[in-house]
Design a protein around this ligand. Sequence first.
Ligand code: AHM
Ligand code: MG
Length: 342
Amino acid sequence: MSISSKNDQNTDLAFWLKNQNASSALSQIVLAMAEAGIEIAHVAKSAALDGKSGAAGIVNVQGEEQKDLDIISNDIVLEHLKKCPSAIALVSEEVPELLINPGGEISSDDEKNYAICFDPLDGSSNIETNSAIGTIFSVLQLGVINGDYPDQNDVFAASKNQIAAGYIYYGPATLLILTIGKSVAMFAFSEVDKQFFLVQDQLTIPKTASEYSINMAYARFWDASTTTYINDCQSGKPGPRGKDFNMRWSGAMIADVHKLFVRGGVFIYPALKKPGSETGKLRFLYEALPMAMLVENAGGKAIMGKQEISGFLPSSLHQRVPVILGSKEEVEILQNLYRQKH
Ligand code: AHM
Ligand code: MG
């Protein structure tokens, strides 16, 4: 598949959204995220020249050091979402509390009140090494809002009504991977036309594969199921799996998840027996939940260790959860190990 040239129909993102019968409110939000992505890609490209590829000297709510680009990207996303009246509540990795959009207007049509949860710059530790980074977002339908504004409990409940999810990948090409329903589409940004064009309308994740992504440096902190699964993969052809596996870990979830749409495999960030990571590292609302929707709508599977995503209700905005997603058969093998060992 080529992503370097526009496809025959030259379908741009706005036209595609219209074709998919997306509501104007949802289209506006998706287009705002795409615009933000275009701006972030531009800033990221000149970050080294502008001296913006280092630490900002601030620690965020996660206890992690914020980089200049984390803060700039967050401001860019907020600026674009402010123009969307339906984006009532905003959850950002970089902001401790729930934000109420100053440009938001609660609609009497319950279906048009949304919460947008986002990680403005995924893969922060990759900024200074000029490696893959991205933006992840989830659109949740808030439904009936009791009171003047939604509170975080409304957002937690809305996590059961995720209506769209996507990520923008700032790599050699700037790509938008998006689902607003059943299928997952890929768009590439054209530097010439300054917009995203559809390059593939139905991404699928192969059912089975032989590549895994996990940070091997934490092996001593894993649970028994993860250890068995990875040991079996590493045993290769002579081992219980009867085939050889490859391993990749990019340090950015967007890049490792993107590989799933290209050649399948499994991405694992388990709970770690290590202070601060007992429930994993990745956050439910703006990392696990949107990636799970994308993966499952492409025929893959997503779980949170022993727990299913569908039965989970978060209790804090930045709640960390274990994440396992990718090719259905691989995720099921690990899920069975969880069932046996816990
Ligand atoms: P971030 O949102 O601060 O960038 O953190 C999330 C990232 C993921 O993209 C990636 O999978 C993971 O952290 C890497 O963590 P580690 O450094 O523990 O391997
Ligand atoms: Mg992230």
